[in-house]
Design a protein around this ligand. Structure first.
Ligand code: CAA
Length: 242
């Protein structure tokens, strides 16, 4: 059954793979992005998926943006994938308030801003699928990512609390914790760190592919996944077992 879905950060990286997979599954998808107009336009040309520009760190922008999506795509948002995420890595002794606030704003407060603006409608209609893209680094912590690890761990707590609230209303809320995935985000990691520190810690011996995360989202957003809520799906090549 086709539903209206929003994927934040849905025009690049893991989000682009999620947007495409949801579209292929028959849903009408809106992909949001924050900055890169050129990449977003190219994504729409390639896939036919509409893109919308707003900053998930702004509550009002999310409210207005969601209203616009619902009007243009012709229905209420029934699937929300909170995927938008940024990194501002630095060892803590070099981490600034800007590093901290920008990552918490996008990666944690962004989930509140988006979800709060679809939640009441989902409750009224008795159906919703929410998937939050957390990270292995929210589970295990990561050197130079006090900000990112805190936000991503927060995403998991948010997921577990909301799952309890949505359960009687037909809304499932789950988290996926990707490991290191082959996207542009990896380009910020020095090559030496990647080859000598990160890859040797991944038993599967490679980075994950965005499509491998998209498949998890497809599963969790299906109507048939109604009994799975509050869970954390780890897709990390065996890097972190818990
Ligand atoms: N554990 C312990 N020590 C480490 C370390 C680690 N993992 N990484 C670096 N260090 C040490 C270095 O050896 C160095 O030590 P010395 O000062 O004694 O020589 C020190 O920390 C780093 O000092 P620098 O001055 O070089 O640090 P910098 O300011 O240049 O920062 C860095 C470098 C940001 C730490 C860089 O190494 C880096 O980007 N590392 C990767 C961090 C990472 O894995 N981020 C994840 C990104 S992927 C992602 O976030 C997606 C996801 O969800 C999985």
């Amino acid at each position: 059954m086709g539903r209206v879905a929003i994927v934040t950060g849905g025009s690049r990286g893991i989000g682009a793979a999620i947007s495409k997979a949801l579209k292929e599954a028959g849903h009408t998808v809106a992909a949001t992005y924050a900055g890169n107009d050129e990449k977003a336009a190219a994504f729409t040309d390639e896939t036919g998926i509409k893109t919308y520009k707003w900053d998930v760190a702004s509550f009002d922008a999310c409210k207005d943006g969601i209203a616009k999506v619902e009007e243009e795509l012709g229905g209420p948002v029934e699937i929300l994938v909170n995927n938008a995420g940024i990194t501002r890595d630095a060892p803590f002794h070099k981490m600034s308030s800007e590093h901290w606030n920008s990552v918490i704003g996008t990666n944690l407060t962004g989930l509140f801003n988006m979800t709060r603006n679809v939640w009441e409608g989902m409750r009224e209609r008795g159906f919703g699928r929410i998937v939050n893209i957390s990270s292995v680094n929210g589970q295990k912590g990561q050197f130079a990512q006090a900000n990112y690890s805190a936000a991503k761990a927060g995403d998991i707590g948010f997921t577990k609390a909301l799952a309890q609230e949505g359960a009687r209303k037909g809304i499932t809320v789950n988290a996926i914790c990707p490991g290191y995935i082959n996207t542009e985000m990896m380009s910020t990691i020095p090559e030496k760190v990647m080859n000598e520190t990160i890859l040797p810690q991944i038993p599967v011996g490679r980075l994950g592919e965005p499509e491998e995360i998209a498949r998890c989202v497809l599963f969790l957003t299906s109507d048939e996944a109604a009994f799975i809520t509050g869970s954390t799906v780890s897709a990390n090549g065996g890097q972190y077992l818990h």
